[in-house]
Design a protein around this ligand. Sequence first.
Ligand code: ZN
Length: 305
Amino acid sequence: MIDQATKEKILDAVRIEEVIGDFVSLRRRGANYLGLCPFHQDKNPSMSVSSTKGIFKCFSCGKAGTAVSFVMEHEHLTYPEALRYLAKKYNIEIVEKEESAEEIAGRMRHESLQIVTEYAQKYYQDVLWNTDTGRAIGLSYFRERKFTDETIRKFGLGYAAGRQHELYKDALQKGYKREYLIDTGLCVERDNGDLADRFFDRVMFPIYSVSGRVIAFGGRVLDDSKPKYVNTSATPAFKKSKNLFALNYAKNTDAGYFILCEGYMDVISINQAGFENVVATLGTALTPEQARIMAQYAIDGEIND
Ligand code: ZN
């Protein structure tokens, strides 16, 4: 049994071009890598590997996936076996142990919270693109700020429309548990016991883990009301002091350094301008943990305490 923390450590360490590069000779082509596809009789290199997105795709046979699925397919391994293979490659120690009932419950809860958070990201994104309010307020705000539609989708931006499209109503109707809506920090319980959305009348910035999973949100008002930004409060998967906005993109560049910005809007603008090595703190002053994370991913990174 591989515990969740180790699994995340493995997925965070993986660089897909290194993993595939062990089996297929890859050459760089722009932002991607190109090689002969091992899943069909390939005469011309038709497999493209994106370091940034962490995925591969063959344009001839259509085979596509992540580093883990590549290893599973290529080496005929199960998912846990592929993780073990990658752990070995990246010198990550796996502590084997039997899960207790309590641990199983904890893991299921963690997974449920993750599912609810991912649902919320899609919900806010859907409101942004597919409702009148979302388009008139949220989408037009992003476009005024010169974000392209591609950029808006790349960052999974959304809109919390308040009374007109309440997340909690949609979520309860779809069967998501009230408890998880509160524990993810998406909703709050009123004194009278009613549920209410934490985020309303705000454009929504999903915050991703290093491996690219949504773990939290930052919401920004569009008028002068305060606070300008509301972030998800700390959850088991999310600690402001230990995460950086857009690190999931910034970690993949070869720049060797990071551009540290103050806000999400700055990061997205700079990223759109072609500099992916850009991150921001999450509404806090820079913490030693964040500095260490940047040093770890920057080439030849060094940090003095
Ligand atoms: Zn192929």
